[in-house]
Design a protein around this ligand. Structure first.
Ligand code: BGP
Length: 469
């Protein structure tokens, strides 16, 4: 639909940017931080690991100062569970707690709204040794941690995100590293893990509301609308299959406290249904989110399953992520969209569509917690970094958000990935997303000096104007 005039962004729109603890902080074993699965898992050898990352742990003041200069209204970061809990009689690590107080206070000092992710892929390794999320006891551990977060930071933080991309954890577990045994959990185990994470999340929602804290809490899913490859009805069913199994099945439980009907049938048919205890659905129903956060990068295009053993294929340029599922769907190419240098589909209209579908379904406010353009950048001798493709990508997506707002969708903020350059989940430091360049390479830490990219100055203007020109 074309409009005569687009609506303005709301006055209090949360223009921001995002990072996560393990991809930005470094200091992986400093100040008694425990190791997480990310620290212990195997990652590609030829790219940067997460030990130093962007060294945000030691640069956070300078970084937040730069974010303030860019004009950010909000900054999303995650708290590392492994810096907060000790899992011994001391219960909490005072240095870790103090660190995040400093980060939050630094944001508040600059008028930046801290948006906190409680869990961004980095399970404490000591819990993994006891079965990780497959062990129901991890739910209580999570709640203990969450309680500390609410107690410590509850009066300073207005936006909480429970679990980052639960669907990536479950559907593409290899994306965050490979366990030392070399073995990823089986599908059956993954859906048990999924059930436990959903329970932990619902309990966190409930606890937050029971405490009558002043802010809001929600899940953060990687969401994308699915296109059918052709007008063939079988393609339409396959696209619906995958849109449900990849996105709605996670959110339906988070919002409605039930398992999606198609998801249930899928699990039962394939003998993947998790063990559900008496009362689990009461727990799931008792916890409600106030808003939904989504990470959106690309749309996917879907063809009917052939169910002949060939439905699965590796994502272009990325052998660790398998697309397609036997008897469910096949990945197809979309001739109408561009791609990033890493082969990720660029589809701003797809964002408008995703926002509409999400709002249709739940009618809850939406916070976009990730979106961005991952590509190599070049630091010029004069200290400039020209990233016109990133600017173009972000501008198109901001325009699409404005169109969605004009459609009537309630979008409350936009927090592109990433505020500063961080280590890519499994593609190191060559693939950059930041507004701020961090001067290091995969193999050379250099001085980790910060430089402003062209996109920094461009985003600064967008925020000043409260939207595009
Ligand atoms: C999301 C993750 C982020 C981030 C981003 C970009 O799935 O939540 O942590 O890494 O993807 O992905 P990548 O680093 O693989 O390019």
């Amino acid at each position: 639909m074309h409009y005569h005039k687009l609506e303005q962004f709301p006055k209090d729109f949360l223009w921001g940017a995002s990072i996560s603890a393990y991809q930005a902080e470094g200091a992986f074993d400093e100040d008694d931080k425990l190791l997480s699965i990310i620290d212990k898992y195997n990652h590609p050898k030829d790219v940067a690991n997460f030990e130093v990352a962007s060294d945000f742990y030691h640069h956070f003041k300078e970084d937040i100062q730069l974010l303030a200069e860019m004009g950010l209204k909000a900054f999303r970061f995650s708290i590392a569970w492994t810096r907060i809990m000790t899992f011994d009689e001391s219960r909490v690590n005072k240095k870790g707690i103090a660190f995040y107080h400093q980060v939050i206070d630094e944001c508040l000092k600059h008028g930046i709204e801290p948006i906190v992710t409680m869990y961004h892929f980095d399970l404490p390794y000591c819990l993994e040794e006891k079965g990780g999320w497959a062990n129901r006891a991890t739910i209580d551990q999570f709640l203990d941690y969450v309680q500390v977060l609410f107690q410590e930071y509850g009066d300073k933080v207005n936006y909480w995100l429970t679990i980052n991309e639960q669907n990536t954890m479950i559907l593409h577990p290899g994306a965050i590293g490979i366990p030392e045994t070399g073995e990823l959990p089986t599908k059956k185990e993954l859906f048990q893990i999924n059930h436990h994470v959903l329970l932990a999340q619902a309990k966190a929602f409930k606890l937050y509301h029971d405490l009558h804290l002043k802010g809001q809490i929600g899940p953060a899913i990687n969401l994308t609308a699915m296109y059918q490859a052709t007008a063939a009805p079988a393609d339409a069913i396959a696209a619906h299959n995958w849109e449900t199994l990849r996105g709605w099945s996670f959110l339906d439980t988070a919002v409605r406290g039930t398992y999606n009907y198609l998801f249930e049938k899928y699990l039962m048919d394939r003998k993947l249904y998790p063990t559900v205890n008496n009362g689990d659905f009461d727990i799931l129903k008792a916890g409600k989110p106030d808003f939904i956060a989504i990470n959106y990068y690309s749309t996917a295009t879907i063809a009917a399953s052939k169910n002949d053993g060939t439905d699965q294929s590796a994502r272009a340029g990325d052998q660790q992520i398998m697309l397609g599922e036997e008897g469910v769907y096949r990945a197809a190419e979309n001739p109408y969209v561009d791609k990033t240098p890493y082969g990720w589909v660029v589809d701003p209209i797809g964002l408008r569509l995703t926002l509409r579908k999400l709002y249709d379904r739940y009618g809850l406010p939406i916070l976009i917690t990730e979106n961005g353009y991952g590509a190599p950048d070049t630091l010029e001798v004069n200290g400039s970094i020209h990233d016109p493709e990133r600017i173009n990508y972000l501008a198109q997506h901001i325009y699409a958000i404005q169109e969605a707002i004009t459609d009537g969708v309630q979008v409350i903020g936009y927090l592109p990935w990433s505020a500063i350059d961080v280590v890519s989940t499994h593609q190191g430091f060559n693939k950059r997303y930041g507004f701020i360049y961090v001067d290091r390479t995969d193999s050379d830490l250099k001085e980790l000096k910060r430089w402003k990219k062209d996109s920094f100055y461009w985003y600064q203007k967008v925020i000043q104007r409260n939207g595009l020109n």
